[in-house]
Design a protein around this ligand. Structure first.
Ligand code: M6R
Length: 368
């Protein structure tokens, strides 16, 4: 069932364009409006929401981090993102006006389920973004937005992450539509951008030979990942993939945090992935990350840069560049995370490790 691929993970990375396309499918009408009637949640209620708390674990939580940037930008609602197990056991301030968004591939993660129950007990409405039909979390939620990634077999989440991002964007745009915080043509514009993403993801997958080669030759015991804005959760996700699959020490940082501590880790030869924001986005962000690359390179880091096609500003400081197609900043994680997934998968394979079943891990964590 691996469809000719070495591992389920290779296959699932290859399935990513389809997972995104399928998650978008059937959710707009001919006028270009979002039709999420499947949520069966009262639009009037969505207008009263004054705070969103996203709860999830692991990779799903990183999708939640990206969702925060998008939803706050489009809807002007404050969004908190919290690991489900931390949310559950503190005195979170929750009311009937709080919308809790639970994200889970399996729909069975006990930490997330407990947090869902807790949120509803406090009077919050819970909307879940889940991949597995008939699982427990959607049954216990007030509303469900399914991701259509298809079954994910490899323990490390890949295509489900992209589908979670897609569903989170749809939710953000839907809230903007219902609450009138964006003009219909702006929403239609983002939807058109989203529909263009599957082809761009395909381009990244098809162009993955260089990163595979780098991965095969990597012998470092520690790898760092830096990103800013939506590149920050992508950096954390890149690090998580490497820990899970290759058992290598890896950490993702917010690039702006570098000089507040992590720069002390930079020593000659250490590989550092840097996710560079689009130069067409907020210019200050782009130039700040370019300075970060310059700083770490001056201290001997081996800079592995993920940048947008045409961003020649990275060239003087990059030991390697992995290009991704141009995309709107908020949607860019759909392409920037892909080289990091390929990297971790290839490195673990080259070391002879079981990519689909890494040691000590289970696909769904059904105990707290
Ligand atoms: O099924 P879920 O999305 O609720 O799972 C959450 C995490 O356990 C999961 O994303 C985990 O971090 C993956 N192994 C990451 O690759």
């Amino acid at each position: 069932e691996k469809g000719g691929f070495r591992t389920f993970m290779d296959k699932e990375i290859n399935d990513e364009p389809q997972a995104v396309a399928d998650t978008l499918l059937g959710r707009t009408n001919t006028a270009g409006n979002l039709t999420l009637d499947e949520l069966r949640i009262d639009e009037a209620l969505l207008r009263t929401v004054d705070k969103i708390i996203v709860i999830a674990c692991g990779t799903a939580a990183y999708a939640g981090h990206v969702a925060k940037y998008a939803i706050e930008h489009w809807c002007r609602i404050p969004v908190e993102v919290e690991l489900a197990h931390e949310f559950r056991y503190r005195d979170a301030v929750v009311s009937e006006k709080t919308l809790v968004v639970a994200i889970s591939q399996s729909g069975e993660t006990m930490d997330t389920l407990m947090a869902v129950r807790h949120a509803r007990e406090q009077g919050a409405k819970v909307l879940s973004i889940v991949n597995t039909h008939g699982s427990t979390i959607p049954r216990e939620s007030d509303a469900v937005l399914y991701t259509h990634a298809g079954p994910e077999i490899a323990v490390a989440s890949t295509k489900a992450f992209l589908a979670q991002l897609t569903a989170a964007y749809l939710l953000g745009l839907y809230l903007a539509q219902v609450r009138g915080t964006k003009f219909p043509d702006e929403i239609a514009g983002v939807l058109a951008d989203l529909k263009a993403m599957p082809n761009k993801i395909r381009t990244v997958i098809d162009g993955g030979d260089r990163i595979r080669m780098i991965a095969r030759w990597m012998d470092s015991r520690s790898v760092l990942f830096l990103g800013r804005h939506v590149g920050f959760p992508v950096a954390m996700e890149g690090a998580l993939k490497l820990k899970e699959l290759a058992y290598i020490h890896a950490e993702g940082f917010a690039a702006g945090e570098l000089k507040h501590g992590p720069i002390a880790l930079i020593e000659p030869g250490i590989p550092v992935f840097v996710i560079v924001p689009s130069p067409r986005g907020r210019d200050s962000l782009h130039s700040k990350v370019i300075s970060n690359i310059q700083e770490i390179r001056a201290r001997g880091a081996r800079t592995l840069v993920i940048a947008e096609e045409g961003d020649d500003a990275v060239l003087p400081y990059a030991d390697e560049v992995f290009w991704v197609p141009q995309s709107p900043t908020l949607l860019s994680p759909l392409v920037t995370v892909v080289p990091l997934q390929i990297f971790a998968c290839e490195l673990a394979t080259a070391r002879g490790l079981d990519v689909d079943q890494p040691r000590n891990l289970a696909k769904s964590v059904t105990v707290e």
